[in-house]
Design a protein around this ligand. Structure first.
Ligand code: PNW
Length: 491
């Protein structure tokens, strides 16, 4: 994997289309706070974060960055950073507190999102709206086990989607159904480190079955996504004329020993287990990849003919979240019953001892623009669907210790280099014919990073969590992104 020229290189001038979207992304549960304000119901993360030991720093997301109260100030900050778009998610339990198809709608919750959309549009910022970013209403979990029950869950999600399209679709033209269905199911139902915290991995005392539930929940996500898209296309799109799709996570996998055909095969298999698991049904064959069926057998659900027809083609674009690259090695032993990665091991260095990239402050995340470029080509070659990059970004070492009273701004050189590299990969891919239409940096401000609490600072602005106003201090990289996209987007 060779790193492409950095974003600011002269050859990248004006390579991106004039209507290219760039901005920052957030998720409701990570920024809003106001966890029970104005009629909001509880989400599984509200409950999960209150179980001792689940969140590294013992925090909850009760206040987060207070984006619910401070949305007007936030839009002004976005404007100052010169973005042309902003991606955020809706909290289902704010809109339908108990979640279900026959449960009441909370007008105050809808009003908040309507105000936010208006505020963005008044400042020439295009909203990209995600329906589901992991915060399932707790009531649905209690009622029937949430996504484990596809038959009962799907009509509830359909109704929620319909309420959102009806209330906001006159102004929102870019919809994302699910954010990273794969991370939701693997972290929540295999490892159990995210809500709802189910896992049968040895040494844990959680309920759950890591060998079956992740695949069941994934199936529910795919099918309910497709139902929501059908509703949008039939009932709303003719008038509202927006686009709708799903966002998938995916890191790049490179062979540990590129001269060992088994490692080459293992790296490809890892990509298929992580990405094609969701992407093949939606953008490709309409079914799960054969290598998954081969390893998992009947533990992998089957699409009915009706579901297949519904899921295939159910996304107007490829929503792509990506952060890093791993070296991947084959295993000679049979796959473990709880394996969901394609019977491989992941490594920080390859056979030649070369590192998978410069270290961020997050163990799994290392900077590797060349891997990101290779992944863009892998996705484009396999699915030939216009790509919206909906998340990409990094933490950087030492930011917890930054002192806002120092009088200097936070010159986050690691993150600036990360963006130069990764956005450079976007430009390079576009120059060679890949159709990429957006780039959202993760994330707008430092925020509540799920099980990592407030310890992982992914933000373009540094947040003072000790101040009542959760004061935001823009980092230099946030302004650099504006300069970079000035250089890249054709006028
Ligand atoms: C994404 N991985 O999650 C989520 O969409 C965000 O909410 C989150 O804050 C952000 O990335 C940073 O973690 C991921 O291990 C979590 O490859 C883990 C991985 C990828 C994405």
């Amino acid at each position: 994997m060779k790193d492409p020229p950095i974003a600011s290189s002269p050859e990248n001038a004006s390579v991106l289309r004039p209507d290219f979207f760039w901005g920052f992304a957030t998720a409701a549960a990570q920024v809003e706070g106001a966890w029970d304000a104005d009629g909001k119901g509880h989400s599984i993360w509200d409950n999960f974060s209150r179980i001792p030991g689940k969140i590294i720093d013992g925090s909850t997301n009760a206040d987060a960055t207070r984006a619910y109260d401070l949305y007007k100030e936030d839009v002004q900050l976005l404007k100052k950073l010169r973005v042309n778009s902003y991606r955020f998610s809706l909290a289902w339990s704010r809109i339908i507190p108990l979640g279900g198809k026959d449960d009441p709608v909370n007008d105050a919750g809808l009003q908040y999102y309507s105000n936010l959309v208006d505020e963005l549009l008044a400042n020439n910022i295009t909203p990209f709206v995600t329906l589901f970013h992991w915060d399932t209403p707790q009531a649905l979990e209690d009622r029937y086990g949430g996504m484990l029950d596809q038959a009962r869950y799907t009509p509830d999600f359909e109704r929620y989607a319909r309420v959102c399209f009806a209330a906001l679709g006159d102004r929102v033209k870019h919809w994302i159904t699910y954010n990273e269905p794969g991370v939701y199911t693997l972290a929540g139902y295999a490892a159990g480190v995210h809500a709802p915290g189910r896992s049968s991995l040895p040494g844990r005392n959680d309920p759950g079955d890591s060998s079956t539930e992740p695949f069941i929940v994934a199936h529910t996500e795919l099918v309910s996504h497709a139902h929501a898209v059908k509703i949008y296309r039939e009932e709303f799109k003719p008038k509202q004329k927006g686009v709708i799709g799903i966002t998938l996570h995916g890191n790049y996998s490179a062979p540990w020993d590129e001269n060992d055909p088994k490692d080459v095969e293992a790296a490809e298999r890892a990509l298929q287990f992580e990405i094609a698991w969701f992407a093949d049904p939606v953008y490709g064959s309409g079914d799960y990849p054969p290598c998954m069926r081969k390893q998992l057998g009947d533990r992998l659900p089957y699409f009915t003919d009706e579901e297949k027809a519904l899921v295939k083609g159910s996304s107007d674009f490829y929503g792509m979240n990506s952060y890093t690259t791993f070296y991947v090695r084959h295993r000679d032993e049979a796959a473990d019953i709880n394996d969901h990665k394609g019977n491989i091991t992941s490594h920080d260095t390859n056979k030649a001892g070369i590192s998978r990239g410069a270290e961020s402050a997050t163990p799994w995340l290392r900077s590797n623009p060349g891997g990101f470029l290779a992944l863009l080509h892998w996705i484009w070659n396999r699915y030939r669907t216009p790509i919206y990059i909906t998340e990409n970004g990094t933490t950087a070492k030492g930011e917890d210790d930054w002192d806002p009273s120092s009088g200097f701004w936070l010159d986050d050189t690691f993150r600036q280099d990360f963006f130069e590299g990764y956005v450079g990969a976007v430009a390079d891919a576009v120059r060679s014919g890949v159709d990429i239409r957006s780039y959202f940096a993760w994330t707008f401000t430092d925020n509540w990073e799920w099980a990592a609490g407030f310890t992982d600072r992914f933000g373009g602005s540094w947040v003072d969590y000790n101040s009542p106003e959760k004061t935001r201090y823009p980092k230099k990289s946030a302004f650099e992104l504006g300069r970079i996209f000035d250089h890249l987007i054709e006028k």
